[in-house]
Design a protein. Structure first.
Length: 292
């Protein structure tokens, strides 16, 4: 049993590395030191800062007194997904571990990461108070104009200039590239980074399949059948997000413990949160097509 526990722990670093290399939203992950584990496994504790504004200075009484409040708020993880795999019995745990490493790496690249990215974008779009605009962008000039509107909206809402990240479909980015103008370079230069997101990960809402109900056995996700729309682009101010993710240590069941077959069983589970601070909703801007 001890060997399988150590084997499971050994692959956490590998899984994290695959995730960071494949995910389009990993750059938005919050600093681990900012979140503490809550009382329950699906909870996190994040800091919330609140302070009062300026008041008049009086020559006799001096400064108007004020308070700065730092509170720790418990938030519930809204992403909790997993899958159990069966691999035929092998000579020893080491050989089985290598098989699991290959299986898990491919699983994360092709199944976990696309869904996690799609879930995050959809979660931010679903947050009340963020700025959303429905529009059809037919050429590069229209895309640039829409980006200018997004930038101005954030500027007017006093969203800090630094750490704004642009996520955009390859199709729309290609329209901008075709222009090859000083104006396009100037507008794109306003963002800390630009990330191309395939349309298959870029929706305002998604439906997640449970993996066992009839018709949903394959698992994964699709664009929401009700109200889901293709995203054109999103501008996200990283500090506005509550985004934390962790790979739970894989569960490994040996052939000796497996009552169903002479095979190893590997359970993978991913728990995380994708949310927006309620006082920073203007740090998320989404441009999307009409639903359907």
């Amino acid at each position: 049993m001890a060997n399988t526990i150590e084997l499971a722990k050994k692959y956490i670093a590998m899984l994290d590395e695959v995730y960071k290399n494949a995910s389009l939203t990993a750059k938005l992950d919050g600093a681990p030191e900012l979140a503490q584990q809550g009382a329950n496994a699906n909870e996190l504790i994040v800091p919330m800062l609140d302070m009062q504004g300026l008041g008049d200075y009086d020559r006799n009484s001096g400064y108007a007194s004020g308070n700065v409040t730092m509170t720790n708020e418990t938030v519930k993880c809204n992403f909790d997904r997993g899958r159990m795999f069966t691999v035929d019995s092998m000579d020893n745990a080491e050989t089985a571990g290598m098989a699991f490493g290959r299986l898990a790496g491919e699983f994360i690249r092709t199944k976990v990461v696309p869904e996690l990215d799609a879930f995050r974008f959809a979660s931010y779009c679903g947050k009340s108070g963020i700025t959303k605009k429905e529009e059809t962008l037919n050429d590069g000039a229209a895309v640039l104009a829409a980006l200018r509107v997004a930038i101005t909206a954030m500027d007017e809402a006093e969203v800090p200039l630094e750490d704004r990240h642009l996520f955009i479909t390859p199709t729309l980015d290609g329209m901008i590239a075709d222009l090859d103008t000083t104006k396009s370079r100037e507008i794109l230069g306003r963002f800390a980074s630009k990330t191309l997101v395939p349309q298959t990960r870029f929706y305002t809402a998604i439906d997640q399949k449970d993996g066992h109900t009839g018709g949903q056995e394959a698992g994964g996700y699709t664009k929401a059948s009700s109200g889901g729309a293709d995203l054109n682009f999103m501008v996200i101010h990283k500090p506005a997000l509550i985004q934390f993710e962790k790979h739970v240590a894989p569960k490994i069941v040996t052939p000796e413990q497996n009552q169903d077959a002479d095979a190893y069983k590997y359970g993978y589970r991913n728990v995380g949160i994708a949310d927006v601070y309620k006082n920073k909703v203007k740090g998320v801007y989404a441009s999307h097509k009409s639903a359907g």
